[in-house]
Design a protein around this ligand. Structure first.
Ligand SMILES: NC(=O)C1=CN([C@@H]2O[C@H](COP(=O)(O)OP(=O)(O)OC[C@H]3O[C@@H](n4cnc5c(N)ncnc54)[C@H](OP(=O)(O)O)[C@@H]3O)[C@@H](O)[C@H]2O)C=CC1
Ligand SMILES: O=C(O)C(=O)Cc1ccc(O)cc1
Length: 453
């Protein structure tokens, strides 16, 4: 029988067995933090063909026992978490779900919950409880202070308290959602945000040049764009494919983003500064609540350009004028983002309080930085219409946005993988540096303004 108050300081024989199926990036991160906190009956597995290498990797690690497959883990574990590709969750739960220990609690780590819910309901025996999870951050970010979504789906309260007791050692911010609300919230937080960064990467790769090596200023907010883009392409393609393709709300949003980029680009081509300005300012009012003629007030969640410049890829930025002042830029990716949020009636600040990922926090920060300042926004609009220096970049951006949107609309995992890997291979040499710099940047931003609360 599950006791709701378990603790890693309990004697070994009283500790529950924690099972982890799928020992990729997220499974390994969970194993590391759970074992570090003192849980010492952790049973893990990956695919059977990885049994020997996994045993070798965890030789001598306190509290972790490697098993050949998910049957062995499921039979003995009081709590089981599946950390596998969303595309495969149905197949994996079909295989191991029936072996789940009587009365155990099962969770999934998948970023999109509709397929997970269906698989759990279909294949888990009725005497098994479901309390699912989702860490709203990547595997290289510390879970401390980050949102950990908890979904009490088919379980009494004592099972929920049991799961909370296990994960209190992450010092997370627990966020309680239903399966359905989870997919709505994560579509709002992640889908369009990822679409924007994936598009930037594809557009830059299409130019066959790194933004920081084109004699272009890559300080300030450009630093955030580049670092986050690189972090996303350094992650696994299937994470982004799964949450975009398998979440029905995500599809609509990604399509809206690409049509926002296209509409704004057409206004740029037509030289219609007035229409562009009207549209951008209307979106600004809807998303940031700033009326025309008003200044935007202080940024709520961002660092100064000077601080951001410490995290510049390829060394400290130097502008062509030597003043360290960024060149103007149409910032089409950001104009389209705020236009898209406005059209979808997404209130990004509401999500910030609820279940924002570090990437989303930074993206809102960048958008705020541009939109709160009339001077900066007007400069972007002026550049968009009157300065053709970045026209070809903007054209590549629109093509890439439409390409990603079509790929998601077709629901084609293979095409998504090919698009993702083609762009990732262009930036691969910089992933290590980007992971270090991006990690430090996320930490500095989180520490600077209590964004982790
Ligand atoms: N990475 C991230 O930033 C985040 C990811 N998530 C979610 O967590 C889940 C895992 O992601 P992540 O860890 O990054 O992905 P990984 O690809 O690193 O890990 C998934 C692991 O599951 C293994 N696996 C597949 N089938 C089985 C099986 N039948 N039995 C045992 N293991 C199996 C995979 O093996 P193989 O590679 O051979 O297929 C792989 O090792 C995904 O659903 C993702 O959406 C959630 C939050 C953040
Ligand atoms: O912060 C982001 O958006 C990331 O890119 C990392 C990430 C990816 C998938 C998730 O389900 C949660 C976090």
């Amino acid at each position: 029988m599950i006791s709701a108050n378990v603790s890693p300081s309990d004697p070994t024989e009283q500790q529950p067995t924690i099972g982890l199926i799928g020992m990729g990036a997220m499974g390994s991160m969970y194993a590391k933090y759970l074992s570090g906190a003192g849980w010492n009956k952790i049973s893990v597995c990956d695919r059977p063909e990885k049994f020997e290498s996994l045993k070798e990797a965890y030789k001598g690690v306190a509290g972790i026992t490697v098993h050949p497959d998910g049957h062995a883990v499921s039979r003995i574990s009081d709590f089981i978490m599946y950390s596998v590709e969303a595309e495969y969750i149905d197949k994996v739960v079909a295989q191991y779900g029936p072996s789940t220990k009587l009365g155990a609690i099962v969770a999934g780590q998948t970023s999109v919950k509709a397929p997970e819910k269906e698989a759990f309901e279909k294949y888990l025996p009725p005497d098994v409880n479901i309390v699912s999870l989702h860490s709203m951050h990547g595997p290289t970010v510390s879970p401390v202070g980050q949102p950990l979504v908890v979904i009490q789906h088919r379980a009494p309260d004592e099972c929920l308290h049991f799961v909370e007791s296990i994960f209190r050692c992450f010092h997370p911010r627990f966020v309680y959602l239903t399966y359905e609300d989870h997919d709505l919230v994560t579509a709002n937080v992640q889908a369009v945000t990822h679409a924007a960064f994936l598009t930037m990467g594809t557009a830059w790769a299409a130019r066959r040049s790194y933004p920081w090596e084109r004699n272009q200023y890559v300080g300030g907010i450009e630093t955030v764009k580049v670092n986050i883009m690189l972090r996303i392409y350094a992650n696994k393609w299937h994470v982004y494919a799964g949450l975009a393709i398998l979440n029905p709300s995500a599809k609509v949003q990604i399509d809206t983003y690409s049509s926002s980029a296209t509409d704004l680009f057409k206004l740029m081509l037509a030289g219609d500064a007035e229409a562009l300005r009207d549209r951008v300012y209307a979106a600004r009012e809807k998303v940031f609540g700033i009326r025309p003629g008003e200044e935007g007030g202080a940024n709520t969640i961002f660092l100064t350009e000077d601080v951001l410049d410490q995290f510049t890829i390829g060394g400290r930025p130097a502008s062509p004028t030597g003043t360290g002042t960024p060149n103007t830029n149409s910032h089409l990716s950001l104009l389209a983002m705020v236009d898209c949020w406005a059209r979808l009636s997404i209130q990004p600040f509401d999500h910030l309080q609820l279940a924002a990922t570090p990437v989303f926090r930074m993206w809102i920060g960048v958008a705020e930085y541009l939109f709160r300042s009339t001077k900066r926004l007007d400069a972007a609009i002026h550049t968009a219409v009157h300065d053709v220096t970045y026209r070809s970049d903007d054209l590549e951006f629109v093509i890439a946005a439409c390409g990603w949107s079509q790929c998601v609309a077709f629901g084609d995992f293979q095409l998504y993988k090919e698009r993702f890997e083609k762009t990732a291979s262009f930036f691969e040499a910089r992933f290590e540096e980007a992971n270090k710099l991006g990690g430090a940047m996320i930490k500095a931003i989180l520490e600077s303004n209590s964004m982790s609360k």
